[in-house]
Design a protein around this ligand. Structure first.
Ligand SMILES: NC(=O)c1ccc[n+]([C@@H]2O[C@H](COP(=O)([O-])OP(=O)(O)OC[C@H]3O[C@@H](n4cnc5c(N)ncnc54)[C@H](O)[C@@H]3O)[C@@H](O)[C@H]2O)c1
Length: 251
């Protein structure tokens, strides 16, 4: 085991694929009980079954993170079932097609802010309430390199991810005296369904190579490793940070 998280309870939103699924897998392999959440019940139930069949502890609870009542049920359901919540990874996210800022559709702006930012705050409301009761916990919110600098064509996504950085830093400072850590993780390009069109296009690969000092995109498992480390006690003095996991892209 890379980490011994035996007895810990971890929640991962957006766990049906990409970074979220790789993170759920690593939590499970590290001995934690993992709650996989996403909108599609069939997808997360299949992944939870795959993990339990392999001898790990995992369940699926479906929720649309833009629905506050479903998020409340997700977190209360986790606590009712397992008695606690040690780690929360607010990972569910969307990106709209790149477009000039003045041509960005209002609905694409609203959707990115709703899923990437407002839903992270709503999730944290319930996660923090439980962690305050426990006097412990660690939250990792998925931001992006787009939360650290601007990228042409991505104003809406970038605004939402900058918001996640501000939210995480403020909450990190606020809850530090109560034994709760909150950090934002800012990946660069990662090979997932979200970036499939870019990664599978030769011009996209050239773009990624040119943009990144490592000349490649990350694998989801590499980002999962950083997330689980950031949740674990191995990073116990790290809080209120926006940490880049970007192959040197923003340096
Ligand atoms: N892939 C990258 O290059 C990259 C880079 C930086 C940051 N990120 C961020 O990392 C996170 C994960 O991205 P990914 O690349 O794995 O993407 P992905 O598209 O593979 O996975 C996103 C997950 O979020 C879920 N989701 C979307 N809307 C939801 C909603 N309303 N309710 C519940 N679940 C919802 C999807 O079902 C899926 O499980 C996102 O927040 C993304 O913005 C990704």
């Amino acid at each position: 085991m890379k980490y011994d998280l035996t007895g810990k309870v971890a929640l991962v939103t957006g766990a049906s694929g990409g970074i979220g699924l790789a993170t759920a897998q690593l939590f499970a392999e590290s001995g934690a009980t993992v709650v996989l959440s996403a909108r599609r019940t069939d997808l997360i139930e299949a992944e939870a079954k795959r993990l339990t069949d392999a001898g790990h502890s995992a369940i699926a609870i479906a929720a649309d993170v833009t629905n506050a009542a479903q998020v409340e049920t997700l977190i209360s359901g986790t606590v009712e079932r397992f008695g606690r919540l040690d780690y929360a990874v607010n990972n569910a996210g969307v990106i709209a097609e790149a477009t000039a800022t003045h041509e960005l559709k209002h609905e694409d702006w609203d959707r990115q802010i709703a899923v990437n930012l407002t839903a992270v705050w709503v999730s944290m409301r319930y996660e923090l309430a439980q962690m305050v009761k426990q006097g412990s916990g660690s939250i990792v919110n998925l931001s992006s390199v787009s939360g650290l600098r601007g990228y042409a064509g991505l104003a809406g996504y970038s605004a939402s991810k900058h918001g996640v950085v501000g939210l995480s830093k403020s909450a990190g400072v606020e809850y530090a005296p109560q034994g709760i850590r909150v950090n934002a993780l800012c990946p660069g390009f990662v090979e997932t369904p979200m970036t499939a069109a870019l990664v599978n296009d030769p011009a996209g690969q050239d773009f990624i190579k040119a943009a990144n000092p490592m000349h490649r995109a990350a694998q989801a498992e590499q980002i999962a490793g950083t997330i689980v480390w950031l949740c674990s006690d191995e990073s116990s003095f790290v809080t209120a940070q926006a940490l880049a996991a970007d192959g040197g892209m923003t340096a």
